[in-house]
Design a protein around this ligand. Structure first.
Ligand SMILES: [Zn+2]
Length: 224
């Protein structure tokens, strides 16, 4: 049997590379990033760079904005491809295995399990998260409020895989490294089948705290 370490949110937050989230959090509080996140929330993505520039304050110079967008891409706060922002964590423009539904049936896609858990705290609204067990593929669906996951999350667990290459873009590997599992048994079964995977497990409640820590308040009045 492979060893499975179960960590708390505080223990996870102390781990590399999650510590990098502290500097990214500061970056996400910039008006430019909040504009991008708000646009993803309201309209979905991808977002053409011309739109971001046109929606920015009139005193902002296009060259400076372009440089700022390039810097945000390099910091892995957003991803720019073919003149469009196609990822702005927690949002991905393309469908992912992590669907987040707002009231009224508006769907957005998150980049990984933690990002999905961070959206309700980020926008200050309840959402429904739909994903699947990374072990058996069974669909998982549960609610989350800005403060906690719903009781319907039950025994769901999250695996925080360690990324092999810190230099690569998070999104290229997040899907396979931060995932939901139906239960601790399913996480253990997957772990036994993947003994070389580096990382740790957490209950969905503790994983939610990590998502809250990364994204909480960014698009709410308290976050300004
Ligand atoms: Zn399963």
């Amino acid at each position: 049997m492979a060893n499975l370490v179960i960590l708390t949110a505080d223990e996870l937050k102390a781990l590399h590379p999650l510590e990098r989230q502290v500097s990214r959090r500061a970056a996400r509080q910039q008006p430019l990033v909040r504009l991008i996140l708000q646009t993803f929330l309201e309209q979905g993505g991808p977002i053409p760079l011309e739109y971001v520039i046109a929606a920015s304050p009139p005193d902002a110079h296009a060259d400076a904005l372009h440089d700022a967008l390039v810097a945000l891409d390099e910091e892995d706060v957003i991803r720019v491809r073919a003149g469009q922002v196609d990822i702005a964590y927690p949002f991905a423009a393309a469908p992912t295995p992590f669907r987040v539904r707002r009231s009224g049936g508006r769907d957005r896609y998150a980049c990984c399990a933690t990002d999905a858990l961070g959206i309700a705290p980020m926008i200050g609204e309840p959402v429904e998260i739909a994903s699947s067990c990374h072990h058996c593929g069974e669909s998982l669906k549960f609610g989350a409020t800005p403060h906690r996951v719903g009781l319907d999350a039950g025994t769901v667990m999250v695996w925080f895989g360690k990324r092999g290459d810190e230099g690569c873009k998070a999104f290229d590997s997040l899907w396979t490294t931060i995932n939901f599992f139906r239960s601790e048994d399913h996480l253990r079964a997957w772990r036994d089948a993947n003994p070389s995977a580096e990382g740790a497990g957490a209950t969905v409640d503790e994983a939610f705290k990590v998502g809250h820590w990364i994204f909480g308040g960014l698009l709410t009045a308290e976050g300004t």
